[in-house]
Design a binder for this molecule. Structure first.
Ligand code: GDP
Ligand code: MG
Length: 238
């Protein structure tokens, strides 16, 4: 796999200012395709995505979801579609420019020696820009908590910047995954690791969004408190 071909899945909810910039930067990588999964964003991100799909015909595709929205639901639909794509790796990233497309080749290169590569804020060389102290503490604590409960050996379990080898993604039991938000990221990582996937981390610089708003809700945080325990419990009973 010298020049891996990638499909990048980007879930969007109200990202109309960010998506065009992200797309232009991603399209600078010749072997990268983009699948936008939009949840009927009220701000019209879906139409912006359609225009980008016309501009980059054959490289950018849009999935317009209906029904209940959610990050986990959007990724599950995206993963199912990706299973039929003719690529070597499938990547996940946020639409809000927190994840720098310039760092994508490093994640893709990592997939030559690992099944899942995490763009990590918490390994040497990783960084966070524009987060208040409180937000840093919460994320640090969350990762410590998740590692302790699940025994995952990953430093950044809640990073949404990831690159999967297709075979590793195909091994995930998608029909059994129900979580949203951070829990979705934890659950997919947990399932992969339990299935024997090799997980690697490469450093990224995470930059907090400038445009639009975070969708991080209280419900999402509460779910990620009990979810690690549930994952461990259900893996023991199987
Ligand atoms: N399709 C879809 N995307 C979502 C939803 N909620 C968040 N996103 C996207 O998921 C990514 C991360 O969300 P964000 O609000 O930035 O979370 P934060 O970085 O944890 O504050 C962004 O690309 C959002 O547009 C949703 O319900 N549906
Ligand atoms: Mg964000």
């Amino acid at each position: 796999m010298t020049e891996p071909r990638a499909l990048v899945i980007v879930p969007t909810y109200n990202e109309r200012e960010n998506l065009p910039l992200l797309t232009d930067q991603l399209m600078r990588h010749p072997n990268v395709r983009l699948l936008v999964v939009d949840d009927q964003s009220p701000d019209g991100t879906g139409e912006v995505a359609d225009a980008l799909a016309r501009q980059y015909a054959g490289r950018v595709e849009v999935m317009h979801r209906t029904g209940p929205r959610g990050l986990g639901r959007s990724y599950l639909d995206g993963f199912r579609k990706a299973a039929a794509a003719d690529v070597d790796v499938v990547c996940q990233m946020d639409a809000d420019l927190s994840h720098d497309p310039a760092q994508l080749p490093a994640l893709m290169a990592g997939a030559t020696r690992a099944d899942v590569v995490i763009g990590s804020r918490y390994v040497a060389g990783g960084a966070i820009v524009n987060w208040p102290h409180r937000r840093r503490l919460l994320s640090r604590f969350a990762n410590l908590y998740i590692r302790t409960v699940t025994r995952l050996r990953v430093r950044d379990c809640t990073s949404g910047y990831r690159c999967w080898r297709c075979a590793a993604l195909a091994g995930l039991p998608l029909d059994r995954i129900r979580s949203e938000g951070y829990s979705f990221l934890i659950e997919t990582l947990f399932m992969a690791a339990r299935g024997g996937a090799r997980v690697a981390e490469v450093p990224i610089t995470f930059v907090e969004r400038r445009q639009g708003e975070s969708k991080l809700s209280r419900g999402v945080i509460v779910e990620s408190i009990w979810k690690p325990w549930l994952l461990v419990a259900s893996s023991r009973t199987e």
